[in-house]
Write a protein of this length. Structure first.
Length: 319
């Protein structure tokens, strides 16, 4: 009897520490996760992609037909899906927990979590205080929440797709990676698409789980939209077919002209601005830009100052 109890304890310990991946599925297929270890359309609670990794097993048992099923937990962004799947589809991942496949799985969920509005759950992805710009600025949980709430309210619909990942450095206490993210953000009146190139420093907690210690956006690129010639305050226009590309820094969109104090602060900081009037869904939208700049080098240098002194969410657009 003692032997069986010891075996059970060892098995539970193995399930708690080992992560699994899916096998025996065709590319593009999905594996149903069930409320009970029974194959029935009524028991389905979700599904896993054919290439799912990082699956944890809570327990396994044999059903009435003598088939072994396991109760699993699989992270999807800041959420998890839990339920029963057949044991034949699960295989231990093994290998180094700091390997490329583990890092990619964490970052996939890290970016996916930003598509959701679970701020309390989002904090598990970060190590605080976070080094936002690699040793230049610490960010607390409260500061991160403030930034996220503001961004989520402005863009309630968001999607992010990890398209590139490169490990830059493996140190004893951290791993530096470079990522490229294709994104799309929308609200009820507007949308934007583009990509971010970021450098991220990862550390591991006491349980070996990755966390983001530092993050820096190396490039923020907004895809251009087709725009017609539109009038600009101060008798400036931005034509859609301009021969020489010019660069602007967008710092906001407003339903009315920004107040004099806000505009005065921009000029006091040494910047010139323009206001673009755009008819959108029957409303006049006023887009506020700093610029123009003739080269990408100039506008990138100016963007750092704009984010520091005027709007931390400012970004570059070219026309």
């Amino acid at each position: 009897m003692k032997r069986y109890i010891l075996l059970l304890i060892l098995t539970i310990g193995l399930f708690a520490t080992t992560e699994y991946r899916l096998v025996h599925l065709k590319k593009g297929a999905r594996l149903n996760v069930r409320e009970e270890p029974i194959i029935s359309s009524k028991t389905v609670v979700g599904s896993l992609p054919y290439n799912a990794i990082g699956i944890k097993i809570r327990e396994c048992r044999y059903n009435r037909d003598g088939q072994e099923w396991c109760y699993i937990n699989y992270p999807i962004g800041a959420e998890h899906i839990e339920g029963w799947v057949s044991r034949r589809y699960l295989k231990p991942m093994g290998g180094d927990s700091r390997s490329f496949i583990y890092i990619k799985n964490f970052l996939k969920n890290f970016y996916m979590a930003d598509e959701e509005n679970f701020l309390d759950k989002l904090q598990v992805f970060y190590r605080f205080p976070m080094q936002q710009y690699f040793y230049k600025k610490n960010v607390s949980l409260m500061q991160l929440r403030t930034l996220k709430v503001s961004f989520y309210k402005r863009w309630p619909n968001r999607s992010y797709n990890l398209t590139y990942l490169k490990i830059l450095k493996r140190a004893r206490d951290y791993i530096d990676v470079r990522t490229t993210i294709r994104w799309k953000i929308k609200n009820y009146k507007d949308y934007e698409t583009g990509k971010d190139i970021q450098k991220i420093r990862l550390v591991q907690d006491d349980n070996g789980r990755f966390q983001v210690l530092a993050i820096k956006t190396l490039r923020h690129i907004v895809d251009p939209k087709e725009i017609e010639e539109e009038s600009i305050d101060n008798n400036i226009t931005i034509p859609s077919n301009i021969a020489t590309k010019q660069y602007y820094i967008k710092i906001g969109s407003f339903f009315s002209t920004p107040n004099e104090e806000y505009l005065s602060n921009i000029t006091k900081k040494g910047f010139s601005y323009i206001i673009q009037n755009v008819m959108q869904d029957g409303d006049m939208i006023k887009r506020l830009y700093i610029g123009p700049y003739s080269t990408e080098e100039e506008v990138t240098k100016a963007l750092l100052k704009v984010r520091e002194n005027i709007n931390p969410n400012a970004y570059i657009q070219s026309f």
